[in-house]
Design a protein around this ligand. Structure first.
Ligand code: FUC
Length: 845
């Protein structure tokens, strides 16, 4: 007899459960039974059952091990054409680059074209930023703040917008409207290209290139002149080098010439039989800024390696291993942002790596990568036959072919890209992760804080990649000092603040245009990640380390908030609902108002998080009291006359009803103030807002559609969430599955992975007893009738495996890391689980 999740008679279930739990728990796994009269009989059954579980577990692991290796790869039967030049216009995507395959170790990135005769490996280094530290805080802003607020409270939006644009924006050119490569703000740029020319233009056959996601290796294979050639390329985090091995089916066949270049500011030279490229980028003030270096060495079996100032040449080798390391003098430390000795770093990386055979380098790479990637498995297909190339699958999918394995692939691809672009100790993933092939990258490839960097990290915790979240906290911590100056200079406020854009030089000033640049809620929004990391990990050491960051943000908003004379409630402003425009009563277009819903929601989240954190850390002080008082007095979003959730404090007609941002729905996702369990009316209003947005063309950028997936999942609208997934797959991915804004923008990849996780598991609603309600399969689309997911994380540090059939949950394995009780819900059924030291709890339907 199996345990059944009894309707809502939770009390009886709970007593029965407790009885059972107490009686038949042991140190491996617990199965819950439903018949106390035959406990003794069950114990025998249990013993047999336990052996069966162990055997089936071993068998399943054996199976899953194999199963876990379902084919997760992107593959193609044509190379990306390396001879096609990139468009000099930074905002123009390059079709061939969007076919190349990404590798990364968080610090070094590469895009492998897989071209046969002349290979191109486009390279990135995480800190390759032009620009430099600059002062953009506007000392003239503060004197106009009150007048702007008065105008806004009087409904004089045109005048207030004009005054805000004139007095509140940053000093200087700011981000250069996203074209800051020669401005002090700077821009994330390509490191350059490694060219590998075999000097032939002969034809080739049996060509294949693939990115193996399970092992983070790119393979290129083809036949030429009766010889089978293979290239295997990966970027190792343990050894901090890119490794490219070239082998052939016959001896002495490997010959090629390597060169390196970039569009500007480089020189190449030879040193100790190594080939180097180095230079200095613009500091945006007419001088040199960041210095960089790439170092290449060839390790060959047989054959000859020579180096000149223009190339590295290999002749007649049986096998060659190229090792590349790169670094810059950048350091994420205010105010100098310099300090690394890139020359000794690259020299040492190469020296150490060159001592190791390929197999050893690969083994260390796999061990480290598997440690992250293999934690989660998601399968909608038992026997997927990977016989159609990825680009072809996308075309077929666009024409209506059903290919549910594409959801598995996109889900895991997002995890792969996060692991490859955000490792502990590195800079966080930027708008393009770590991959950019230009000098002027769109929006400077920076860190936009009005959704984009947040979305980059939405998958980190729930898809069991908590370490990948850490670079985000390093960035947030680094913004405190420059942000304190901005708070003081711009607003005469305590604490620290950041607005919608930042970079690696500590930019915290408003943007150069008020319509988007006055996003004052940004600091509160990014701080949500601190509390979320704690909610998933329970890491109090982390929390204590980040407490001053939260404290500073709270201090800022307590100074920033003012009383709305009409309601007596606390409101934020002058502020924007990120990048969205409304029609003011006088018919003018405006973005600036007092108390836009987004700001009210993220500030409420910050104060709630601060309450939670100070309780956890047992901190009691005046600031804590002030924050909880302010929380009670914060104005909250209302429901408009059309039943939608109001985006602004007043009902304004929207200029763009299908706007890409849905910032007033932060409280649904990634916030939790609006949810189906505690606030059903607001949740219904939120759904109306979403439907209205989409009906007017919303979700038209990759990231916007990805956000909609999570939004609808939180509202348990499975089919609507799936529809947005399909929009992404048919409209917003490139042949190499990169997310497209367009142009290329990686947040769509991360948002897609997070959205799929939200469809399978949620845990954002508190159960009112200090824990979380874990919802199993809250938004499972009909077409995903059979499947399984392993290793997802829920708040409270609980790991969950789920399997389902016929659209119904079959089994849940729950691995609580703490003893804290929590509630599990599936549909309208729920059970309270009290782990009491249990490592694994099985729920069966
Ligand atoms: C915000 C968004 C844009 C783009 C940019 C990087 O400005 O509104 O759509 O994603 O960030």
């Amino acid at each position: 007899m199996q345990n059944k999740l009894g309707g809502n008679s939770s009390q009886s279930v709970r007593t029965i459960l407790n009885i059972h739990l107490k009686l038949i728990i042991d140190d491996t796994c617990v199965s819950v039974f439903f018949c106390d009269i035959c406990i003794r009989k069950n114990l025998i059954l249990m013993k047999m059952h336990r052996y069966f579980i162990v055997i089936s577990l071993v068998f399943t692991c054996f199976l899953t091990g194999l199963h876990a290796q379902t084919s997760l790869r992107l593959w193609y039967d044509q190379p990306a054409n390396a001879s096609m030049r990139d468009d000099p216009n930074g905002w123009k995507d390059d079709a061939e680059w969007l076919k190349a395959l990404p590798l990364g170790n968080g610090s070094l990135g590469a895009m492998v074209f897989g071209d046969v005769n002349k290979e191109r490996i486009q390279l990135n280094e995480e800190s390759m930023w032009s620009g430099s530290k600059d002062d953009n805080d506007n000392p003239n802003a503060f004197q106009y703040l009150d007048s702007i607020r008065t105008l806004l409270f009087k409904g004089k939006f045109r005048e207030a917008t004009e005054l805000t644009n004139r007095t509140q924006i940053c000093k200087g050119v700011g981000s250069g409207l996203g074209n800051g490569s020669t401005a002090p703000f700077g821009c994330f740029q390509t490191l350059g290209d490694l060219w590998i020319d075999n000097g032939s233009n002969k034809d080739f056959q049996n060509y294949k290139r693939e990115l193996d996601l399970n092992n983070a290796v790119v393979r290129v294979s083809y036949d030429q002149n009766g010889v089978h050639f293979l290239r295997e390329i990966f970027i190792s985090s343990p050894d901090k080098v890119m490794v490219a091995r070239f082998t052939a089916s016959k001896p002495g066949q490997i010959s090629f010439t390597c060169s390196m270049n970039r569009p500007e500011r480089f020189r190449t030279y030879a040193e100790n039989n190594q080939f180097l490229m180095s230079g200095a980028l613009s500091n945006g003030k007419g001088g040199n800024g960041l210095e960089y270096q790439a170092r290449l060495q060839a390790v060959s079996k047989k054959g000859r390696v020579t180096c000149s100032d223009t190339s590295l040449t290999v002749k007649g080798a049986d096998e060659v291993m190229l090792l590349l390391s790169a670094s810059t003098d950048y350091k994420l430390s205010y105010p100098s942002y310099k300090g690394r000795n890139y020359d000794s770093i690259t020299a040492n990386n190469i020296l150490q790596a060159a001592k190791k055979p390929y197999a050893k380098l690969l083994k260390a790479h796999l061990k480290e990568f598997h440690g992250y990637f293999d934690r989660v498995d998601f399968s909608l297909h038992k026997n997927f036959k990977d016989t159609v190339s990825t680009d072809r699958r996308l075309v077929l999918n666009k024409t209506g072919a059903v290919d549910s394995h594409l959801y598995e692939l996109m889900f895991q691809y997002g995890r792969y890209l996060l692991i490859s672009s955000s490792r502990p100790g590195c800079l966080p993933a930027n708008l393009q992760g770590i991959w950019a092939n230009k000098i002027q990258t769109p929006w400077n490839g920076d860190y936009h804080t009005d959704v984009n960097i947040e979305m980059n990290y939405w998958p980190a915790e729930v898809t069991n990649l908590t370490e990948m979240h850490l670079p985000m906290f390093d960035l947030i911590s680094s913004l405190v000092e420059p942000g304190e100056k901005t708070a003081q200079v711009q607003y005469h406020a305590k604490g620290w603040v950041v607005h919608p854009i930042t970079n690696v030089w500590g930019y915290t000033s408003p943007g150069e245009g008020a319509s988007w640049g006055m996003h004052t809620g940004a600091a509160a929004w990014i701080c949500q990640h601190i509390a979320e990391h704690y909610r998933f990990t329970g890491d109090t050491v982390f929390l204590r380390r980040m407490y001053p960051v939260l404290e500073g943000a709270v201090e800022f908003y307590l100074d920033w908030l003012v009383k709305d004379p009409r309601t007596g409630m606390l409101v934020s402003g002058p502020a924007v609902s990120p990048e969205n425009t409304f029609l003011a009563p006088d018919g003018s277009q405006s973005q600036i108002s007092m108390g836009p819903s987004h700001d009210q929601e993220v500030i409420a989240q910050l104060f709630e998080d601060f309450n939670m954190v100070t309780a956890e850390l047992d901190i009691h002080n005046e600031l804590v009291n002030k924050a909880s008082l302010a929380l009670k007095r914060l104005a909250r979003p209302g429901i408009g006359s059309d039943g939608r959730l109001m985006e602004w404090a007043q009902e304004f007609p929207e200029v763009e009803p299908g706007h890409r941002h849905i910032s007033h729905l932060f409280a649904v996702h990634p916030g939790s103030q609006i949810n189906l369990i505690q606030t059903p009316l607001l949740a219904a209003a939120a759904e109306k807002s979403l439907d209205y947005r989409i009906a007017h063309g919303g979700g038209h950028t990759g990231w916007s559609a990805a956000w909609l997936v999570s939004q609808y999942a939180r509202l348990h609208q499975a089919e609507k969430a799936k529809t947005d997934l399909d929009v992404i797959l048919t409209k917003s991915v490139s042949p190499n599955l990169f997310g497209m804004h367009p142009p290329f923008q990686m947040d769509a990849n991360f948002g897609t992975t997070a959205g799929i996780a939200e469809m399978l598991l949620q845990s954002h609603v508190p159960d009112g007893e200090g824990a979380w309600i874990i919802e199993l399969l809250p938004a499972l689309p009909k077409s995903w009738s059979k499947g399984s997911v392993k290793g997802l994380k829920a708040r409270g540090n609980v790991t969950i495996d789920l399997s389902w059939k016929g659209g119904k949950l079959e089994k849940a394995l729950i691995y609580p890391a703490t003893d804290k009780a929590f509630e599990v819900r599936y549909g309208n059924k729920s059970v309270r689980i009290n782990p009491k030291g249990k490592k694994c709890i099985t729920l069966k339907i």
